[in-house]
Ligand binder design. Structure first.
Ligand code: CMP
Length: 225
């Protein structure tokens, strides 16, 4: 992240769910502790195994949380967007980074040092609860992913991912964010070719419809509970 740090307004901090419960006075104090940075697309924010220094909060843009091996094979654990945070795990258990985080769009990020993160947690129960809720949500998503890998075939895994990533737009389930087939493959543990074949079959069967880069997910897609 090469861009210079800039200051942060309390209005920006208030818009972040993690800090939403802070009284105005604490927000003003927090504004002096956080650092705002721009990260260009494709920049590596942290690498798995790095020493842990800070918590990050996303103001704008999207990032991927991933793990890779020496041969360049990757698995995408999660996509993170505005309002979400990352880098809390290493701060909580004093361990190196568990995964790598890379900007997939130009991002605006806030960072908070280990010492200030712990101080804020100690002084603000709402923030502690927000961090715990974030961890529980990730555990639920990880459980769901393990269930999908063990119990669903690639059709089911693609269908579940599309359903999970879709938003309700005027009563229709639509994946509005760009979701390349390569990334779908890395998220569900399948090859890109297999994902292409499955998406084509789902399209031919009328289960999904491609509209430019958005995907409409039809209600005819059924998954086991
Ligand atoms: P940390 O281990 O400090 O650094 C990598 C960060 O990636 C980690 O904290 C979490 O914030 C985030 N992370 C790790 N695994 C997942 C996951 N399965 N889903 C979402 N975020 C994750």
């Amino acid at each position: 992240m090469a861009a210079p740090a800039t200051t942060v307004s309390t209005a920006v901090l208030k818009s972040v769910p993690l800090f939403a419960g802070f009284p105005d006075e604490q927000l003003r104090a927090l504004a002096t502790l956080v650092t705002r940075r721009s990260a260009p697309r494709s920049s590596l924010i942290m690498a798995a195994g790095d020493a842990t220094e800070s918590l990050y909060v996303v103001i704008s843009g999207r990032l991927k949380v991933m793990m890779g091996d020496a041969e360049g094979k990757e698995v995408i654990l999660s996509l993170i967007g505005p309002g979400e945070f990352f880098g809390e795990m290493g701060l909580i258990d004093d361990s190196p980074r568990s995964a790598s985080v890379i900007a997939i769009e130009p991002c605006e990020l806030l960072s908070l040092s280990r010492r200030d993160f712990k101080k804020c947690m100690a002084e603000n129960f709402d923030m502690t609860m927000a961090v715990m809720k974030g961890l529980v949500r990730r555990l639920r998503e990880a459980d769901r992913k393990i269930g999908s890998l063990a119990l669903l075939d690639v059709y089911g895994r693609v269908a579940r991912l599309l359903i999970d990533m879709s938003e309700d737009v005027n009563g229709q389930k639509i994946v509005t964010k760009r979701l390349p087939k390569q990334d779908i493959a890395k998220m569900i543990g399948a090859s890109r070719e297999m994902v292409s074949r499955v998406m084509k079959d789902l399209q031919m069967g009328g289960y999904i419809e491609m509209r430019g880069s958005t995907i409409v997910v039809r209600d005819t897609i059924m998954l086991p509970d």
